[in-house]
Design a protein around this ligand. Structure first.
Ligand code: ZN
Length: 169
């Protein structure tokens, strides 16, 4: 396993649409292992492959609390089958938009389908933070960041702030 560099805004690769994966094989599992290690090291709770510059429809996440045992999830070619009418606001952040947090309103519950680490098709209902994280990460696969859901002013301020941080580092 290896740590990969996480792209941050305004890197144009983050706007790219990711392509479906052909199948889950050892090469893809190696990518997912790297993604998970990179996410844990950041630390973060979710990471899409494009965030390390790989334009493939792959997501890793782990929503376990610090005191809980690790519970990694791997979602390959995820699709949303259904979304609830009800929406909820949640304060989101993103490893590609460091130090910025803001409220985004999304469907409270979603039903998803994806291939797991072993290539098995899974259908699952998500709610709470799982639903938020799935939708946030799936946005990445279409080149959408959580700040794209904010007003233009807030988005521009966020990018400016990240650029300033990067310069100072
Ligand atoms: Zn993100």
């Amino acid at each position: 396993m290896a740590l990969r560099e996480i792209l941050i805004v305004p890197d144009p690769r983050l706007k790219q649409k990711s392509a479906p994966v052909e199948g889950v094989d050892d090469e893809l599992r190696a990518l997912m292992d790297d993604m998970l290690e990179t996410m844990y090291a950041a630390p973060g709770i979710g990471l899409a492959a494009i965030q390390i510059g790989v334009p493939q429809r792959v997501i890793v996440m782990d929503l376990a609390r610090q005191e809980e045992e690790k519970a990694p999830r791997f979602l390959v070619n995820p699709q949303i089958l259904w979304t609830s009418e009800e929406t909820v606001p949640y304060e989101e952040g993103c490893l590609s938009v460091p130090e910025i947090f803001d409220e985004v309103e999304r469907p409270a519950r979603v039903r998803i389908r994806y291939l797991d680490y072993h290539g098995k098709a899974v259908e699952e209902d998500a709610e709470g933070i799982f639903a938020v994280c799935v939708q946030h990460e799936m946005d990445h696969l279409d080149g959408v960041l959580f700040i794209d859901h904010l007003s233009r002013l807030k988005r521009e301020q966020a990018v400016k702030k990240v650029k300033k941080q990067a310069k100072a580092a």
